[in-house]
Design a protein around this ligand. Structure first.
Ligand SMILES: Nc1ncnc2c1ncn2[C@@H]1O[C@H](COP(=O)(O)OP(=O)(O)OP(=O)(O)O)[C@@H](O)[C@H]1O
Length: 278
């Protein structure tokens, strides 16, 4: 891992296990949202959200069902564009560039800001093709051997290579749920993104597969800005260094995961993380 990777977690909390406390990021934000509101038709699902999301950290979005976590996550790579009637106000800056400006190349944006969904969704193609598809359409390689190299390194980084190297031509959909999710992470990594958005990536997985994905998230964070939506307080505490608590379409509190879980400023945050509602 690079030297810029934050240090190891240093705070322990008996309820949530090890909770990370990290120094402030040294670089400017990878993503900066400014007064973002998201509408579905007349309904406002996100209201005036501003947040800076750093590189080399995992940022968790937590909050009760329907509070807008997924809506906001999807607005970071303009996935909401695909929903009829959805509309975004405000600014979302990626390295200072407004991703909602006219003329923004959406295909390039989604290559820079990859996404992993709740339910693993490999293409109904071979394991090899699942990974090779993105680099091929983005013109990232000139030769088969280069493409082979990307497929191998992506599967390596997603911790799947040893399990699939002898059956790359088997269908991706024939893998176990946990393997499929690692395949989807490998697919996202293959096009060299800068940000990885994960919408409840473990909710369809058993505890062992979940632990594997959590380890993987920790291994990957040095290289990317990772944002994860999760319903599991324990998972947020285990994998993230920053946590934003959403409620009724707003961010109530955002800070180090350590502060949010051990020393929340807001009553609503405290109530949620102690299980009083949600
Ligand atoms: N495609 C859509 N069309 C209309 N309304 C939507 C759509 N998607 C979400 N909403 C509404 O926007 C609000 C926020 O939903 P969203 O899925 O972002 O919340 P969430 O916090 O991710 O919830 P959950 O934790 O249950 O996944 C909810 O009131 C939801 O009903």
């Amino acid at each position: 891992m690079s030297a810029s990777v934050p240090a190891q977690p240093d705070a322990i909390d008996s309820t949530f296990g090890t909770v990370s406390a990290f120094p402030e990021p040294v670089e400017g934000p990878k993503i900066a949202a400014r007064n973002v509101s998201v509408y579905y038709g007349e309904k406002r699902a996100i209201e005036d959200v501003s947040i800076d999301i750093p590189k080399s950290y995992v940022t968790a979005f937590i909050g009760p069902s329907g509070c807008g976590k997924s809506t906001f996550l999807r607005s970071i790579n303009r996935m909401n564009d695909t929903i009829p009637g959805a509309r975004v106000e405000g600014q979302i800056l990626l390295d200072g560039e407004d991703i909602y400006r006219s003329g923004m190349d959406i295909v390039e944006l989604r290559a820079r800001v990859g996404m992993v969904f709740q339910k693993p969704n490999p293409f109904p193609k071979s394991i090899y093709e699942n990974i090779a598809y993105g680099p091929r359409i983005h013109g990232m390689t000139n030769s088969r051997s280069e493409l082979d190299g990307i497929v191998e390194s992506s599967l390596q980084r997603a911790g799947l290579w040893d399990e699939v190297k002898d059956r790359l031509s088997d269908s991706g959909t024939a893998l176990s749920g946990g393997q499929q999710q690692r395949l989807c992470i490998a697919r996202a990594i293959a096009i060299d993104p800068e940000v990885i958005l994960m919408d409840e990536p473990c909710s369809a997985l058993d505890p062992i597969a979940t632990a594997r994905i959590e380890e993987l998230i920790d291994e990957l964070r040095g290289r990317y800005a990772i944002v994860i939506v999760t319903h599991s307080m324990q998972q947020a505490a285990r994998v993230s260094q920053r946590t934003a608590f959403f409620h009724l379409g707003r961010i109530v509190e955002y800070g180090t995961t350590s502060d949010i879980f051990t020393n929340p400023r807001e009553e609503r945050t405290k109530d949620y993380i102690t299980g009083r509602y949600g």
